[in-house]
Design a protein around this ligand. Structure first.
Ligand code: SF4
Length: 382
């Protein structure tokens, strides 16, 4: 099982908090970019056995790409019958009706709603209003996709708990199949960072996150990953490749990949460099066992199924040792097969991953205790 992530870098404008590799050129070279993606797949396809079980068009703003170009990419990738094919779409950035994307083969939409609260939507500066977001949701639900997911942002500077709870109530009223919820992080070199607006403090962040987890669970969307909530049958099968440590291909400018042989690969981020390169690969890395173990713990602990101890041992030669204090504190549970977060542990997933990685034991007595290294999230939340 593997997925293919396809990065479509075009955006109409750069949002004030965005640090992603995007291009805001007025007239994107859609056809040339598709040609480059297909060339890249020719290079990577031999690394993967069989056909992809999911495809994810992320960005950027994939809904700015003409549907016939997406159909051309899909025909070339040739996913399995019944494969999940996801696309991110932003309110106000739809040159054609959503039905054209459905007809091109998209089965799942990830809508960049971010907020239904007019004040929060304005302060995010994304160039769409909360009315645009509602209109897009209505069109998506009318058109008929397998799943419709909302991307939401919380912890926006100036946002109150009451405003966020009202936003959450608006979300629940619109009956999404899936919600991906991200606390705003203020990245360096963004307009938000330059504005020096104070970030939301930790207690408020935690109160908002807990309100979301409780409210969405009560509405029939239990948490299945730190930031993701779904009705039964509507989890993101593509993103589960990341959280269950399965391989994926990454095509397009700035895309990351995890090949089946354990290699991490990164592409050139600059769109012109990507278009001009015979092979856009910027670098590859085979993480040492300690770094790989940290990566596996960090990515799989986030998911409700937790860290698979046997899989970790098989891939790294390292054993998990859980500090009994973390069990007593009610943050983790463990049995012979898995280590999992509790409800109280989910908001602390990153710190708990670091604690588990620091306590790795060498399963093979001939092995040396390897270095561990922190990794960052490769998922694109826009
Ligand atoms: S946040 Fe998303 S829509 Fe906004 S500029 Fe970044 S990639 Fe584009």
């Amino acid at each position: 099982m593997y997925g293919v992530y396809v990065h479509i870098p075009w955006c109409r404008l750069r949002c004030p908090y965005c640090a992603f590799a995007i291009s805001t050129r007025a007239d994107p070279p859609h056809r040339a970019y598709t040609d480059a993606l297909l060339r890249e797949w020719d290079l990577r396809r031999p690394l993967f056995a069989g056909r992809p079980s999911s495809v994810f068009f992320g960005g950027g703003t994939p809904s700015l790409c003409p549907p016939d170009e997406l159909a051309r990419i899909l025909a070339y990738l040739d996913p399995l019958p019944g494969a999940e094919v996801s696309m991110e779409a932003n309110p106000g950035d739809l040159p054609v009706p959503l039905s054209a994307f459905r007809d091109a083969g998209i089965t799942r939409l990830s809508l960049g709603v971010q907020s239904f609260d007019p004040k929060t939507a304005r302060s995010l500066g994304r160039g769409h209003t909360s009315d645009d977001a509602r209109a897009l949701v209505a069109e998506a639900q009318r058109t008929g996709f397998g799943s419709v997911s909302f991307d939401l942002i919380f912890a926006v500077p100036g946002q109150t708990l009451a405003a966020f709870e009202a936003d959450l109530a608006a979300v629940v009223a619109l009956a999404p199949d899936h919600v991906a919820l991200y606390g705003l992080t203020i990245e360096p070199d963004t307009a938000f960072a330059r504005s020096r607006r104070p970030p939301v403090d930790e207690d408020l962040w935690r109160a908002m996150y807990d309100a979301a987890a409780a409210g969405l669970a009560a509405a029939g969307l239990p948490r299945y990953e730190v930031s993701n909530f779904a009705r039964p049958g509507h989890r993101s099968r593509h993103n589960e490749h990341y959280w269950r440590a399965r391989p994926w291909a990454g095509l397009g400018a700035s895309a990351h990949a995890w090949w089946p042989d354990g290699t991490r690969a990164t592409n050139a981020a600059d769109v012109d460099a990507y278009l001009a390169a015979a092979d856009p690969l910027l670098g590859t890395e085979r993480p040492a066992p300690g770094a790989l173990a940290y990566e596996l713990i960090w990515s799989t602990l986030r998911h409700v199924d937790g860290v698979d101890r046997a899989a970790l041992r098989a891939r790294t030669g390292l054993d998990l040792h859980v500090d009994p204090g973390l069990i007593r504190a009610g943050l983790l549970t463990e049995d012979e097969a898995f280590v999992r977060l509790t409800d109280a542990g989910f908001p602390l997933a990153d710190g708990l991953s670091a604690r588990l990685a620091d306590a790795l034991r060498v399963a093979d007595p001939r092995g040396a205790l390897p270095d561990t290294a922190r990794v960052s999230d490769t998922r694109h939340p826009a």
